[in-house]
Every structure is written in structure tokens, then in C-alpha cells.
Design a protein around this ligand. Structure first.
Ligand SMILES: *[C@@H]1O[C@H](CO)[C@@H](O)[C@H](O)[C@H]1NC(C)=O
Ligand SMILES: *[C@@H]1O[C@H](CO)[C@@H](O)[C@H](O)[C@H]1NC(C)=O
Ligand SMILES: [Cu+2]
Length: 248
């Protein structure tokens, strides 16, 4: 390894110990309303004292990540030991969703990916392991800019559009940042999945395809997971299944 790369990599991981990561504090629909995400502080509150949210609670009190050696466990679905959110984001097919992260470190560059999973009924009683995911939007690297750079520039927000013909119903949205600052090493990528319940209205009639179990989304050797951020490159292969456009 080139020594300046080594120093940079070490610097980035030392920074990582001190830097706050983040979580989705809430979502706006068409730039309005406020649907709260799960604040990891819930874990320290007396039982029953946490306000219900649209976001799934998880054991991410360190604002930490899920590592590639957990890709074949259900923790990769909605973060560690996740339990279902008790409220829903209310939106219609074709609406824009803006995810507000509470903060994000500049060093944590990488893709932002959105998945949807139908609940076929009530999402608030579902387990993370029972859901099947369809990727409907993604962003990565383009001409020197990572989508995480754009997120920071936009007040730690990232927006996407609900597919315009998506069938009305209850879904879980899986919004995820993958940080690549240590991803040049095996097991070095950092996944920050955030799940939120959404009740989609409107007159759409297209069901998502069968979808992918969370445990089959990624492998630690995928070219977008084992990826050296500090080497010269012109493109970045976003990991996971192909983007579904069947309801756009
Ligand atoms: C989290 O899940 C693991 C199994 O995946 C379990 O061993 C552990 O006890 C759980 N922790 C809590 C606090 O529920
Ligand atoms: C930035 O986002 C926070 C919520 O995370 C919000 O309170 C604040 O008003 C936003 N600032 C601007 C300039 O939009
Ligand atoms: Cu970090």
C-alpha cells in the first residue's frame, strides 16, 4: 500500500471514532409535513415512554453501522435488532419524499439507495426478516461528486420519488447510505439502513415484483462494497439489484 494512502486511510478511520454518524430524523412529503423517524435515544427511555414514530427502532444508539460480515443476517434489513415503527408516512404514488438525516460526516462518501417492501397488510406488526425488497432509486458517484456530498450540501437531506403508478397500500421504505471510507479493506464498508412505514394512496395499480430478501442484497466481495475510495476511478458500481422502473 502506498504510504500516503495508508496515512489517509488511518486518518479516516481515526476520524470515524470521533465523528457522529447519523440517522433519519424525519421525512417530508412534497416538501411539507413532518413524519418522524426513529431517534436512537428511544433505547434509554423507560419502557413505553418513547413516542411512536414512522421509523423502525433499532439498536443503533452509537449511530453505528452494519458491516459486510452481517450481510447474511436480518440486521442488514433495518439495522440491528430492528422492530417495526408504529406510525405511517402518508403519501401518494408520484409524491416526492425528502429524508432528513440529523447529520452526516464528509468523510463518509458513498451511495444512497432506496428500496420498498409491501407489507400486504399492517406494517407495524412485521419483522424485518419477513420483508422482500425492491430497489426503486439509487445515486452514487458522478463527475467528482458523491450523492453524500450533495446530501451534506442540502442540509443533510436526500430526496426520491415514489413510483407514480405504484399500487396503493402499506409499504416499508428502506433508505440506506453505504459509507466507503474504509471499504478498500475486506469487511470495511459501512451500511446505514433506515426503515420507515409508508401508507401509499392514489390510483396506481402496479405491484412491485417479488423482491429480494435483505440477506441476499449484498455480498462482501461485490465491486461496490469492496471498493478503494482513495484510488483513482471514474465510475462507481452501485451494489444491489437493478433499479425497478416498472411503475414509473
Ligand atoms: C439482538 O439480537 C441478537 C441476535 O441477533 C441477540 O442475541 C441479542 O440479545 C439482541 N439484543 C437485544 C438487546 O435485544
Ligand atoms: C435543515 O434541517 C433541519 C432538520 O434536520 C431543519 O430544522 C432546518 O430548518 C433545515 N434548515 C433549512 C435551512 O432548511
Ligand atoms: Cu463512521
Amino acid at each position: 500500500m502506498h504510504s500516503s494512502t495508508l496515512i489517509f486511510t488511518l486518518g479516516a478511520s481515526l476520524l470515524d471514532l470521533a465523528a457522529a454518524h447519523g440517522y433519519v430524523s424525519g421525512v417530508k412529503v412534497n416538501n411539507a409535513g413532518w413524519f418522524p423517524g426513529a431517534d436512537p435515544v428511544w433505547y434509554y427511555l423507560p419502557s413505553g415512554a418513547a413516542a411512536p414514530t414512522t421509523g423502525w427502532n433499532a439498536l443503533n444508539q452509537d449511530n453505528g453501522f452494519v458491516a459486510p460480515d452481517s450481510y447474511q443476517t436480518s440486521n442488514i434489513a433495518c439495522h440491528k435488532n430492528a422492530t417495526a415503527g408504529q406510525l405511517y408516512i402518508n403519501a401518494n404514488a408520484g409524491d416526492s419524499l425528502t429524508f432528513f438525516w440529523n447529520t452526516w460526516p464528509d468523510t463518509h462518501k458513498g451511495p444512497i439507495i432506496n428500496y420498498i417492501a409491501p407489507c400486504n397488510g399492517d406494517c407495524t406488526t412485521k419483522s424485518a426478516a419477513s420483508l422482500s425488497w425492491t430497489k426503486f432509486s439509487e445515486g452514487g458517484y458522478n463527475a467528482g461528486t458523491w450523492v453524500t456530498d450533495t446530501l451534506i450540501k442540502n442540509n443533510f437531506t436526500s430526496s426520491t420519488t415514489i413510483p407514480a403508478k405504484l399500487k396503493a397500500g402499506n409499504y416499508v421504505i428502506r433508505h440506506e447510505i453505504i459509507a466507503l471510507h474504509s471499504a478498500g479493506n475486506d469487511n470495511g464498508a459501512q451500511n446505514y439502513p433506515q426503515c420507515l412505514n409508508i401508507k401509499v394512496g392514489g390510483s396506481g395499480s402496479v405491484n412491485p415484483p417479488t423482491g429480494t430478501a435483505a440477506t441476499s442484497l449484498y455480498k462482501r466481495t461485490d465491486s461496490g462494497i469492496l471498493f478503494d475510495l482513495y484510488r483513482s476511478f471514474t465510475s462507481y458500481p452501485i451494489p444491489g439489484p437493478a433499479v425497478w422502473t416498472g411503475a414509473n
